[in-house]
Write a protein that binds this ligand. Structure first.
Ligand code: A2P
Length: 266
């Protein structure tokens, strides 16, 4: 891709090198960068990444790591905000460019924050699928649960492409493919284009169509664990819905039934 010289990222001598950039739609792209040897993280966590501004100061935002903890590279999935301070520039990175990465992973979408259960529900909207792209590629997710349900809600069908390829690759993966073919259920929905499953996931939870579609009759605190990643509004709505099922919010220090994180954009 060609771009104007003035928006080319400033050289970052000790940054991580971009190895691959994929543009999914005019609003979404993903990229893979080198992983610092010393960086250890738990699948589902996020780090601060960014670029140097023209004044030489770093401009950083929180990004969930989309690759699993065993991967040699780090993958990120991002929105492109045309007037966003970071993503207006980050969307122009190319292989060989460098980005800044602060190697201090944190976050609540981790197995440690949930009590043992039978089913884990990974509820995502938009780029909120990123931490689940990590968790759904982590063998521990399949070892911990009998069923792994990944829901992804986007505006239109095009925006589901990243998740669709992810699920296909997981099911064909030599390491986790067999477990995933047995346990992983992918449930995409669209809100602004008609599809097999149209509507917000919150609506489908509340009217019961999600459970009907999947044949689940006993959703609740006894068997079900959930992670949520999307907008602030999604978090608020999901929290309210979980309360109706007597499910409590967990944290690293006090595991419970569900955890929430927002997808960070800018
Ligand atoms: P909608 O089209 O009804 O706003 P975005 O691309 O703006 O990040 O949104 C991603 C998806 O998340 C959209 O399909 C959007 O639906 C949905 N969404 C936004 N807010 C909520 C919410 N509070 N609960 C459930 N889904 C939501």
């Amino acid at each position: 891709m060609q771009y104007e010289k003035e928006i080319r990222p400033v050289i970052i001598p000790d940054g991580q090198t971009v190895n691959l950039v994929e543009h999914w739609t005019d609003r979404l792209f993903s990229f893979r960068v080198t992983r610092p040897k010393s960086l250890r993280f738990r699948s589902g966590e996020f780090v601060m990444i960014g670029l140097l501004k023209d004044d030489g100061k770093p401009l950083l935002r929180a990004y969930s790591i989309a690759s699993p903890s065993w991967d040699d590279e780090l993958e990120f999935y991002s929105i492109k905000v045309q007037d966003g301070p970071l993503t207006s520039r980050l969307q122009h990175i190319q292989p060989g460019d460098k980005i800044i990465l602060r190697p201090k992973p944190v976050g609540t979408l981790v197995h440690d924050a949930l009590l043992p259960g039978k089913r884990i529900w990974l509820f995502s909207t938009g780029t909120g699928i990123a931490p689940f792209a990590s968790l759904a590629r982590d063998p521990q997710t399949y070892e911990n649960y009998e069923h792994v349900i990944l829901t992804h809600t986007c505006r239109d069908l095009n925006e589901l492409a990243y998740g669709e390829r992810l699920v296909m690759q997981i099911k064909n993966d030599p390491l986790i493919g067999e477990m995933a073919r047995e346990k992983l259920i992918y449930y995409p929905t669209t809100t602004r284009e008609t599809s097999v499953t149209t509507g917000r996931i919150t609506t489908r939870l509340e009217d019961g169509t999600l459970f009907e579609d999947l044949g689940v009759t006993d959703f609740g605190a006894e068997y079900d664990r959930a992670m949520v990643c999307g907008s602030i509004g999604l978090n608020t709505d999901m929290k309210r819905i979980f309360k109706t099922f007597h499910m409590n919010e967990g944290a690293n220090s006090s595991p419970a039934h569900f955890v929430l994180e927002k997808a960070f954009v800018g």
